[in-house]
Ligand binder design. Structure first.
Ligand code: FPP
Length: 256
């Protein structure tokens, strides 16, 4: 294998990305923040293709957090517009590639037109078998956990769940997309090192890769660098190296 080439072994099955740095990318060029978001869409397109080309099954992108509703109206409106345009312009490619588009978050807060575009994209790709592209939209990890707790309390009131028997598996079954395996690799761009309320439950055992690259500059080579970093890690899921080496580490806490 040539030096620096990406090994096809131990590829992450699920990558989650906090796409940060659009605003600073724009400011560095004397542009409006929204121009950074527009440039960020190009990175989304490239990374979605790369993940699919590499054969990874799940990509989750933090497209709009529950806290992002507090941004200026003009920015929120532009982010919703960009999402609608992205969905209308890229659905055909998703169909050709057989990619299933999914969303997670409090979608009832989305403007009607955005919600309609999201629903159309999700519905028209729902049977696609070649991987999931998941947009976290109006999403917050704490909100997701609260929503799961609310469902569980209701189920307990109806006698469908016994609180004494509640375990992590049952709890996780009430999260937004319970069939999706936990991310193996969490990438954050934009030179920041925090979680920002993203997938709080699911990243319990994710490997974390941060980069100073701003999201609009993030390209295939940066994704490959993140994957190489992931491949260099030993995932122990709370066990010892010796246990992992003898195979006891298979199917650890990261699976659900
Ligand atoms: C963070 O950058 C990014 C966002 C809040 C939204 C991400 C949106 C896109 C990549 C474009 C549209 C998305 C889709 C899916 C079509 P920031 O604004 O917080 O950057 P800053 O920290 O430099 O201010």
């Amino acid at each position: 294998m040539p030096p620096g080439a990406l090994s096809g072994e131990r590829l992450p099955r699920h990558i989650a990305i906090i796409m940060d740095g659009n605003g600073r990318w724009a400011a560095d060029r004397g542009l409006e923040r929204n121009r950074g978001h527009l440039a960020g869409v190009e990175s989304v397109k490239e990374i979605v293709r790369c993940v699919h080309d590499l054969g990874m099954e799940y990509l989750t992108l933090y497209a709009f957090s529950s806290e992002n509703w507090n941004r200026p109206d003009t920015e929120v409106t532009e982010l919703m517009r960009l999402l609608e345009v992205y969905l209308s312009e890229n659905i055909e490619e998703a169909q050709e590639r057989g990619v299933r588009l999914r969303v997670m978050g409090r979608l009832d807060r989305l403007p009607d037109a955005t919600r309609a575009a999201v629903d159309r994209a999700v519905e028209s790709t729902q049977d696609n078998p070649n991987g999931d592209l998941i947009f976290a939209l109006s999403y917050g990890g704490r909100g997701e956990i609260v929503d799961a707790a609310r469902q569980l309390i209701r189920a307990a009131e109806l006698g469908e769940v016994d609180p004494d028997l509640l375990d992590e598996k049952t709890f996780a079954a009430h999260l937004y997309l319970p069939d999706v395996p936990d991310p193996d690799l969490l990438v954050r761009t934009g030179d920041e090192c925090r979680i920002s309320n993203f997938l709080l439950w699911q990243i319990a055992y994710a490997e974390i890769h941060t980069t100073a690259v701003m999201w609009p500059d993030f390209r295939r080579e940066h994704l490959e660098e993140a994957i190489r970093d992931y491949q260099s890690r030993e995932r122990r899921f709370g066990m010892t190296s010796a246990q992992v080496e003898t195979g006891m580490g298979e199917g650890g806490a990261g699976e659900r």
